[in-house]
Write a protein that binds this ligand. Structure first.
Ligand SMILES: Cc1cc2nc3c(=O)[nH]c(=O)nc-3n(C[C@H](O)[C@H](O)[C@H](O)COP(=O)(O)OP(=O)(O)OC[C@H]3O[C@@H](n4cnc5c(N)ncnc54)[C@H](O)[C@@H]3O)c2cc1C
Ligand code: SF4
Length: 561
């Protein structure tokens, strides 16, 4: 391959999503020269279509088979549709493999500035010491090498900038944050909240979500149009493309290099330190090198670990920074194939095709295996639920003509909830390189080995059963529950394959997401998570990235890396 050279930077950041955006902002605002390598195209407000009606689309957003031709995996999650599909990876050009009998749908692979934050669900929850120190409570796995007090100031900092709407609930295991005013609950959600507290002592709250209810930094409050996954011209939800990355670029210290598909970290011969990155320009297919004193991988868990595995050297023959042999192992991702729904009184709500749409619903806090109760016998750890109420037309009304039109307007008001459960880190859930398959850029791809264990199966069953119990306690009618303990694995919240730990023999990164082996190499996405608590991960990903950048800067100042 012909190689072209570029000039040097203080730091190279790979990936412009949740973690990479924050790394660039923090470092560039402090005066460091940062190169941001992003495999995707630049994002722009011109691409946002949240107000575009379906009838203006060629296929009226009714032809998933068109999307399926190039994105057969991505289309399985509804946010990849006729509006957005070209933001997503082309599954045929950038494949991965799985072993027989262990299917795994790796969805949400974005190729735009902002990464997954373009389309994410925005639920933003803190972890607590019930998560960081879970191994001390139940004896399973490893504690994180940091605790709640270490990350708390960074949660505060990130929440204030991102803008998280939410309510203070005073739960020790789901700490309150720096909230913007909450989006009010609907009447049905209020009834559900009150009855669950009264009858079962469980907490239902307005979802804590990265949607603004007050303006900040030139971003307007949400005007309830609904489809955030298609972008937002008023920048009312958090997307790193128009927040952290934009701030970093505005400093003049950060250079965004788009369409840069990173292949490997380049090591300095004879010295145990990276000197830069080798990437493939996606447009020209030419290989390029770029140099810096420090490399930070923020490409999303599997992608960052793929880069490390592809960066093997004679010294690190099984993957860069992998003297422990742990790299690629302990893959975790939430299980969410249990839940339920039920009908509630309408309380005067009327169905509408054009009314305001709340972009967030409710969250039910974890209630298993916590303080003040004996351990739950069927499984370790716990799960929470995301949910929402909806008021629909009575599409299934019998009859036709005038009578049907009238019946159609009778509202069908329901609440649906879906469990999000912790998956225990296990050695035999792992990723490795598949020596027989390369992507369209000539880069070896990942083989992903992932399946659920007994703990996950028991938890999924309980998600369904508990959903039924709660809907019944709230007085819902026509309750339907589901639990699919053997559903194939899929994920949007993957973590843990370059885990943090205090012992370099059992972990890849230290508590600042710095490689134990190679001091000026950091991995600041969720690969460093020692476990994957049931709360959604991104608030913690961002807060850890800021904390690790502060550590990196102090180390650079001391000249110790
Ligand atoms: C539909 C959906 C809903 C979600 N809902 C929630 C939610 O409600 N709450 C929550 O907390 N989380 C949610 N998530 C997860 C959340 O989006 C991720 O946790 C978060 O964005 C991960 O941040 P990251 O920086 O690790 O990676 P990303 O945000 O994915 O960014 C990674 C970037 O790296 C780039 N990249 C990858 N490989 C390379 C390479 N080799 N070279 C150069 N660049 C590369 C990608 O193009 C991408 O832009 C959701 C995700 C999806 C897809
Ligand atoms: S619902 Fe709110 S945050 Fe979402 S796209 Fe509309 S205005 Fe933006």
């Amino acid at each position: 391959m012909p190689q072209q050279k570029n000039h040097s930077y203080d730091v190279i950041v790979v990936g412009s999503g949740a973690s990479g955006g924050w790394a660039c902002k923090r470092l560039a605002e402090a005066g460091l020269k940062v190169a941001l390598l992003e495999a995707g195209r630049p994002q722009s407000d011109k691409n946002f279509t949240e107000h575009k009606p379906e009838f203006e689309l060629k296929y009226r957003n009714r032809a998933p088979e068109i999307v399926r031709k190039t994105r057969p995996i991505q289309v399985k999650f509804g946010v990849c549709n006729e509006y957005t599909f070209n933001w997503f990876v082309n599954d045929l050009e950038e494949p991965y493999t799985t072993p027989a009998g262990k299917p795994f749908d790796w969805m949400g692979r974005l190729r735009m500035t902002g990464g997954r934050t373009n389309v994410w669900g925005r639920v933003s929850l803190r972890f607590s010491d019930w998560d960081f120190k879970a191994a001390s409570f139940d004896g399973y796995g490893e504690n994180w090498p940091l605790g709640y007090k270490d990350i708390e100031p960074y949660y505060d900092l990130v929440e204030k900038y991102v803008g998280i709407t939410g309510s203070a609930e005073g739960l020790e295991h789901l700490p309150d944050g720096q909230f913007q005013p909450p989006v009010p609950l609907t009447c049905q959600e209020t009834l559900f909240r009150n009855r669950l507290k009264e009858k079962l002592g469980r907490t239902v709250m307005p979802a804590r979500s990265a949607n603004l209810t007050k303006p900040i930094n030139g971003r307007g409050p949400c005007h309830y149009c609904g489809p955030c996954e298609r972008g937002c011209m008023t920048h009312s939800y958090f997307n790193s493309a128009f927040t952290t990355v934009a701030d970093a670029l505005n400093t003049g210290n950060c250079t965004l290099i788009s369409n840069a598909m990173v292949y490997k970290v380049l090591m300095d011969p004879g010295r145990n330190r990276p000197r830069g990155i080798l990437y493939i320009d996606r447009n020209t297919r030419q290989a390029r090198e770029i140099y810096a004193r420090t490399v930070i991988l923020c490409a999303q868990s599997q992608e960052s670990v793929r880069i490390l595995l592809n960066s093997a050297t004679p010294q690190y023959s099984n993957g860069l920074a992998n003297s422990s042999g742990v790299l690629g192992h302990y893959l975790t991702a939430h299980v969410r194939s249990g839940g339920g729904s039920g009908e509630f009184p309408a309380f005067g709500a009327r169905p509408s095709l054009g009314g305001p749409v709340k972009p967030l619903g409710i969250y039910i806090a974890r209630f298993r295996n916590l303080q003040n109760a004996p351990p739950y016998k069927k499984f370790l750890r716990g799960f929470g639920y995301e949910g929402e109420s909806s008021t629909e037309f009575n599409w299934k009304a019998p009859g036709f003509g005038e009578a049907y039109k009238k019946a159609l307007l009778e509202p069908r008001t329901s609440i649906g909830i879906t469990g999000f459960g912790e998956v225990l880190p296990r050695w035999d859930n792992f990723v490795e390189l598949d020596p027989s398959v390369k992507d369209t850029y000539g880069i070896p791809v990942l083989k992903i080995h992932m399946s659920d264990g007994e703990n996950e199966r028991a938890m999924i069953q309980d998600m369904g059963d508990s959903a039924g119990e709660m809907l019944e306690a709230a007085g819902a009618k026509n309750i339907r529950t589901y639990a699919h303990p053997s559903a194939p694995r899929w994920a949007l919240h993957e973590a843990g394959i370059a885990r943090m730990g205090s012992d370099p023999k059992k972990s890849v990164l230290n508590q600042f997401q710095q490689s134990h082996d190679v001091k000026n190499l950091f991995v600041m996405d969720a690969s460093g998570f020692t476990s994957n608590p049931c709360q959604n991960p991104t608030l913690t990903i961002m807060s850890l990235a800021v904390r690790s950048c502060d550590y990196l800067m102090s180390e650079l100042k001391r000249n110790s890396i």
